[in-house]
Design a protein around this ligand. Sequence first.
Ligand code: BG6
Length: 289
Amino acid sequence: MPVDVQSDRVVITHGESVAEVLLWGATVTSWKYKGIERLFVSSKAVLDGTKAVRGGIPLVFPQFGPGPLPQHGFARVSKWTWGGLSVENASETRVEFSLLPEAIPASQKAIWPHDFRLVYTVALFGSSLQTTLRVRNLGTAPFEFTSLLHTYLRIKDIDHAGVVGLTGYPFADKVTETRTESEPRLSVRVASEVDRIYQRVKNDHITVEGTGVGGGAIVIHKSGFDDVVVWNPWVDKAKGMSDFGDEEFKEMICVEVGNVSTPRKLGPNETWEAGQRGGRRRPPVLVGE
Ligand code: BG6
């Protein structure tokens, strides 16, 4: 059965790939290929719909970070509506979830009083997962928003992980509160708290190395998003989060594609769409192996 709809989640299967999506936040909480989990979800994550999920792919909309709305906006802390199976064929299984203003608490609607429809599609292909956010302005006035796919990837060991594809791009460092005009490194490594917004990243594929046995990697292809956030809380921040294990920073890295440094403006009846597709990249086979 390609789609198993349960009361609080949907499980999608396509060939040897399986993904699980909670209606709470439309959060993808698991993506397995050949039985191997690719996403990180904290052992302390709260999954009962009282808090954003600490792991998987929480959806940030319409506000990235702190602001008038709760941190990272309302999309990740709202119950989405199951929109059904939209494509099922030999190459993919695709499902949809939607969010309308009715699902948002009145206190937050008062802060962001716009009429909108979000449609989130989750598609499984042979060995890759695609998640796409579509925003439509159903109102009579334009609105602005920031958005991001806050992907927590499972990695083997943070000391051997790296993010490739950001060389030469400017970034804002939220830890040091500095700005750097050009990332000099070929591979961005993590050896302390990292919270960076890489901006206007034209390169459309980012490789996260160290996600599997023997240095396997995941390649994230982004479309429609300009920025890439790299986040790892490291020792002290990890200890300060009630829904994150003290040592779990060693087995995760967030590589988040989004539009966060410049908000998008959407006029009445306009639609905007952006997404990511992630898949495995095997390490090169060395002669003699
Ligand atoms: C990242 C931000 O996207 O999310 C960080 O850049 C933030 O600043 C992190 O700490 C986690 O946010 P939250 O709200 O899920 O704890």
